[in-house]
Ligand binder design. Structure first.
Ligand SMILES: [Fe+2]
Ligand SMILES: [Fe+2]
Length: 199
């Protein structure tokens, strides 16, 4: 039973109002907590714009980009050249993204959150994604099942992204990960891998 209400006053809108107020309060509380803990750290970060995106911003940018490419592919009818170009971009971006997460991000997130189940699941999902990418890369656009494989890859990747953004990322800030420092590390490794894999 929600405290602060008696059954006579329980209406849908009052419950909604109560939930929103509770959420707002909790969020405000968290923000205040974060501010307090930051102000207690001896070397307070400067207010200037960071040179690199935070780890979360960088990973979310990658997520939005591949989602956009999958959606564009989905809408194409017979444009095989564009399909091939998009498939190549998607596969390259996903391989680089998976590798920076596995090499840098997941180990740090595992350490910070201690949520082994979540990270183990993500690693297994990556392996499945990488197998499908290898199959796609060994095929030509227009072959039987090519479009279906891209579609299934898109569904798997979107589900994986949803889990990362809704379950894993929210655990990171309270776990006190230095997301700006990891952003720099991720951005540098991403650049390196992109040039290696494109060579
Ligand atoms: Fe991932
Ligand atoms: Fe990701």
């Amino acid at each position: 039973m929600l405290s602060g209400f008696n059954s006579a006053t329980l209406t849908a809108s009052s419950i909604k109002g109560y939930i929103m107020a509770t959420k707002a309060k909790t969020k405000a509380g968290r923000v205040a907590e974060r501010k307090t803990s930051r102000s207690q750290t001896p070397n307070r970060k400067k207010e200037t714009q960071p040179a690199f995106p935070s780890a979360i911003d960088l990973l979310e940018e990658d997520h939005r980009q591949v989602e956009e490419w999958f959606d564009e592919y989905d809408e194409l009818k017979k444009d095989d050249d564009r399909k091939a170009e998009l498939a190549q971009k998607i596969c390259l971006a996903l391989k680089v993204h998976a590798q920076i997460e596995e090499e840098i991000f997941y180990p740090q997130a595992r350490e910070a959150t201690k949520d082994n189940d979540l990270i183990d699941e993500a690693v297994v999902e990556h392996a499945t994604v990488k197998n499908l990418i290898a199959e796609i890369e060994s095929m030509e656009v227009g072959e039987d099942l090519y479009d279906a494989k891209i579609r299934v890859l898109g569904e798997m990747v979107k589900q994986h992204i949803k889990e990362e953004e809704e379950e894993l990322f929210p655990e990171l800030e309270p776990a006190k990960m230095d997301l700006e420092a990891f952003g720099k590390e991720l951005a540098e490794r991403k650049r390196e891998l992109l040039s290696e894999m494109q060579a």
